[in-house]
Design a binder for this molecule. Structure first.
Ligand code: SF4
Length: 481
């Protein structure tokens, strides 16, 4: 394997003068006609040229900004020297899903935001795309399996945290069963992230790999309804991981949300992006948007809905947000892509009522203008209604993307599990262990709606602790820190 460079021997000045490589992305007019990935694959020479811009910082800020601590400079050095397999293996040593994180991480807030180029106001090294490039190009070697240990573990939730736990435990010889409420594995990766951001083929491949490792999937099974944590322990599982996410949709609390033509974000995204056969029965019929679609809310899910509505053929797609762009959460890159694709934005507006037409379908949205007042508990300035500014817009479809909450009903139903006042599970930050012996948790169920990469991080951490418990005895939890 090519050795790590001597940082003093790297020509930093020369590298800093190199131009950024153009990111290959499909023309907006073309890409909104299908649900294929917006980004195109790089060719090796373009990827190498981009990797060569990395100046090999000795205390690389990008590594510190990556929740997984990926050894980015070394991986890019290997790519620059055409050793794609070795570069992929560096990413894979700290990340179970580099092909996913490379595509969906909000890099401008993480690794790329910390890159020295970004701090100079220049395009950062395209770390995410390069991570996805090497992971796509280098087939993932089949790991050396440990002999079966005879110990059993269960994972509840087949999203990024749960899949990570399952993989790490299966490789170490433990028998793992993964339960999930959806009909197919993937959680947010399949039933949240649209295919134009990340092909669901990647989820299929990851699930197939886990099955080859011996992981058993039990779909359409909700904890608390179809199976209880007690049953899992009674059936002989010695360690159980809860990766149930935070997928309860926040209510709009306005009149008209039950009208035909009004969708919650998740059913809308699933109906448009997930193969019919992999949807739950209630979401089999699919979705239609008409000519004018209104997406209410901000953040990544709202942008996913906006871009999905455009791909479904809506001629006019507007995102209505009650604050300004400055306060809008989510990835700026996705907002830019949505703008390129024709999305419009209306800032400082709040819908107050959805109105039906003669056929009973939604046909209009009543709104009021807002202004920003004093900061609220989140630190963002609170939107306040401006009197006398009510107005009405005609719509064919309204999609409500108002954010997600943890699943309080499920976690409150698990005896001995401590949760906070927002129904987030309390865990020991070193191990993911909960207040109940043998029960671990991670991802959005612990953090609230967060990132795929933090779910992977939690999964890796919990898998280590669960392995220790399965091989050496109990792990003591300290959930107070
Ligand atoms: Fe950047 Fe995410 Fe990859 Fe870390 S996992 S290097 S934050 S893209």
């Amino acid at each position: 394997m090519i050795e790590r460079p001597n940082s003093k021997a790297v020509d930093r000045k020369g590298r800093l003068a190199l131009p950024a490589t153009r990111l290959p992305i499909r023309d907006p007019e073309v890409r909104i006609r299908d649900f294929g990935e917006a980004c195109e694959p790089w060719d090796l020479e373009a990827a190498r040229a981009e990797a060569e811009r990395c100046i090999q910082c000795p205390a690389a800020p990008c590594v510190r900004a990556c929740p997984l601590g990926n050894d980015i400079p070394y991986a890019l050095w290997l790519l620059e020297h055409r050793d794609i397999e070795a570069a992929a293996s560096v990413f894979r040593s700290t990340n179970t899903m580099p092909e996913v994180c490379g595509r969906v991480c909000p890099q401008s807030e993480l690794c790329e935001g910390a890159c020295v180029y970004a701090r100079q106001g220049r395009p950062p090294v395209a770390i995410g795309r390069l991570e996805a490039f090497v992971a796509d190009r280098a087939p993932e070697p089949f790991p050396e399996l440990t002999a079966p240990t005879g110990r059993r573990a269960a994972v509840v939730g087949a999203g990024p945290a749960g899949l990570t736990v399952a993989e790490k435990l299966a490789v170490r010889g433990h028998a793992v069963t993964v339960y999930d409420a959806w009909p197919a594995p993937g959680g947010i990766l399949r039933y949240g992230i649209p295919t134009f951001k990340m092909s669901h083929r990647l989820v299929d491949e990851r699930a197939a790999r886990l099955e080859t490792l011996g992981v058993r999937f039990v779909p359409s099974t909700r904890v608390g309804r179809d199976v209880t944590v007690e049953q899992l322990f009674d059936d002989g599982c010695e360690a159980v991981f809860l990766g149930i996410g935070a997928g309860v949709q926040r209510d709009a609390q306005i009149e008209g949300v039950d009208l035909p033509g009004v969708y919650q974000a998740t059913p809308f995204l699933v109906g448009a992006n997930v193969e019919r056969v992999l949807r739950p029965d209630a979401l089999r019929p699919g979705v239609s948007v008409g000519r004018r679609a209104a997406v209410v809310g901000g953040g990544d899910t709202a942008m996913d809905c906006v871009r999905t509505a455009l791909r479904l053929g809506a001629e006019e797609v507007t995102c209505w947000y009650r604050r300004t762009e400055r306060e809008m959460p989510g990835n700026e890159r996705d907002r830019d892509l949505a703008r390129q694709e024709g999305a419009r934005f209306e800032w400082l507006v709040q819908p107050t009522r959805l109105l039906p037409g003669p056929d009973g379908r939604v046909t209009a949205m009543e709104c009021v203008r807002m202004r920003l007042g004093e900061p609220d508990s989140s630190g963002r300035r609170r939107p306040v209604k401006v009197a006398g500014t009510a107005f009405r817009v005609e719509v064919d479809t309204v999609i409500l993307a108002l954010g997600y909450l943890p699943d309080g009903d499920t976690v409150h139903g698990i005896p001995g599990l401590e949760v906070d006042d927002r129904a987030l599970i309390e865990t020991d930050p070193r191990s993911g262990a909960t207040s109940r012996e043998g029960l671990y948790a991670g991802g959005d169920a612990v953090l609230g709606p967060a990132l795929v990469v933090t779910a992977v991080q939690h999964g890796m951490r919990a898998a280590e602790a669960m392995h220790r418990q399965l091989t050496a005895g109990a792990v003591t939890a300290d959930c107070s820190s």
